[in-house]
Design a binder for this molecule. Structure first.
Ligand SMILES: NC(=O)C1=CN([C@@H]2O[C@H](COP(=O)(O)OP(=O)(O)OC[C@H]3O[C@@H](n4cnc5c(N)ncnc54)[C@H](O)[C@@H]3O)[C@@H](O)[C@H]2O)[C@@H](O)CC1
Ligand SMILES: Nc1ncnc2c1ncn2[C@@H]1O[C@H](COP(=O)(O)OP(=O)(O)O)[C@@H](O)[C@H]1O
Ligand SMILES: [Mg+2]
Length: 295
């Protein structure tokens, strides 16, 4: 990989200016987690930091906040109430709003769980938050329960379904990956969202453009690697890339980290937390190649 130009079409992030500070790289807010799933939102938060966001805050149910905080000292936490099922209740909206005002972008979904209250909360955020937003995992499963799953959003949106989640979003339980790829382009164009259809050669599309990702390997087929991707996309949104560019570069770096990881470990041995440690190598590879002429 080193000394080969980056693939054409890949967004270029300039080197950091000498006078830059954490505010330069944006404030990201990530909402998720529930009792039994504190790890997923932490993986997203750690990936968001390693993706270069300036300030990262995780809004999680107060029942798991100490666990989440203990995973990583570099992000902040924001306590939301916990309902009887261990999840975020609808009345967390007011507390969340306090934080939304000072956030440049939002991610919601990893480890969230699904309840009626969360359906209304996710729908509300999707329909009212005017800045860039990533919706993943249970956030997608909840949007899938709306009459028109992806309609009526208030700002730039990235949705990151795997095939199972995409089938739910479009209400077609038996859709093949091939047909899902065609449909993802249509859905993205019609609903004016960026769709990241995850799997081997993840598809990124805004309906007009599309990218088949060349990086990644089956070592990624392990719980939590999608949560890492969500954090990485959010980091690039915090750094002001547009939704298509952020999704594309994040998917590329995520797969590249996995490719670099399996040189030192194995596909079977790769874990989501192990993947995090290779994001730095992926950035190093990207930075060493970005000034070469593109193919
Ligand atoms: N450490 C953690 O706390 C983790 C929490 N997770 C959370 O667990 C919740 C459920 O996520 P899941 O993705 O497991 O839920 P899903 O209900 O979407 O996936 C469940 C099943 O769908 C099928 N499936 C998954 N990927 C597929 C694909 N690409 N093509 C076809 N079928 C596929 C598989 O049989 C899988 O077991 C989410 O909130 C998620 O964030 C997961 O991210 C795993 C790690
Ligand atoms: N066989 C594979 N080849 C390449 N990438 C894969 C493969 N299987 C899974 N992935 C990648 O791993 C990630 C899995 O995401 P997801 O299913 O949401 O996991 P989780 O919800 O457990 O975090 C996606 O980025 C997907 O593209
Ligand atoms: Mg997932």
């Amino acid at each position: 990989m080193p000394n080969q130009p980056l693939p054409s079409g890949l967004p270029i992030i300039a080197a950091r200016a000498a006078d830059s500070h954490k505010g330069t790289f944006g404030r990201a807010l990530l909402v998720g987690g529930s009792v039994g799933m504190p790890g997923s939102i932490s993986l997203s938060g750690q990936a968001c930091l390693k993706g270069g966001a300036g300030l990262v805050t995780l809004a999680v149910p107060d029942a798991i906040i100490n666990t989440v905080a203990n995973f990583e000292p570099s992000y902040m936490t924001w306590a939301l109430p916990t309902d009887r099922t261990g999840r975020i209740p609808l009345h967390a909206k007011a507390r969340l709003n306090e934080k939304l005002h000072s956030s440049d972008c939002l991610a919601i979904g990893p480890g969230l769980g699904q309840t009626r209250g969360l359906f209304h909360l996710v729908s509300h955020l999707y329909e009212t938050f005017s800045k860039p937003m990533v919706i993943d995992a249970d956030g997608l499963n909840l949007l899938a329960q709306r009459d028109d799953s992806l309609a009526g959003h208030a700002g730039p949106r990235v949705v990151t379904p795997h095939l199972g989640e995409f089938r739910r979003l479009v209400g077609k339980p038996h859709l093949s990956m091939e047909d899902a790829r065609d449909m993802a382009v249509d859905v993205a164009g019609n609903q004016q969202v960026v769709v990241v259809l995850k799997g081997p050669q993840t598809l990124v599309t805004d309906g007009h453009r599309h990218w088949h990702n060349p990086t990644g390997n089956p070592g990624l087929a392990t719980g939590g690697t999608g949560d890492v991707l969500t954090g990485l996309i959010t980091a690039l949104l915090a750094q002001s890339l547009d939704v298509y560019e952020a999704a594309l570069l994040a998917v590329y770096l995520h797969g590249l980290a996995a490719d670099l990881a399996i040189r030192e470990t194995t596909q079977s041995g790769l874990t989501a937390s192990g993947l995090l440690t290779f994001l730095e190598e992926a950035w190093r590879d990207y930075e060493s190649r970005r000034d070469l002429p593109s193919t």
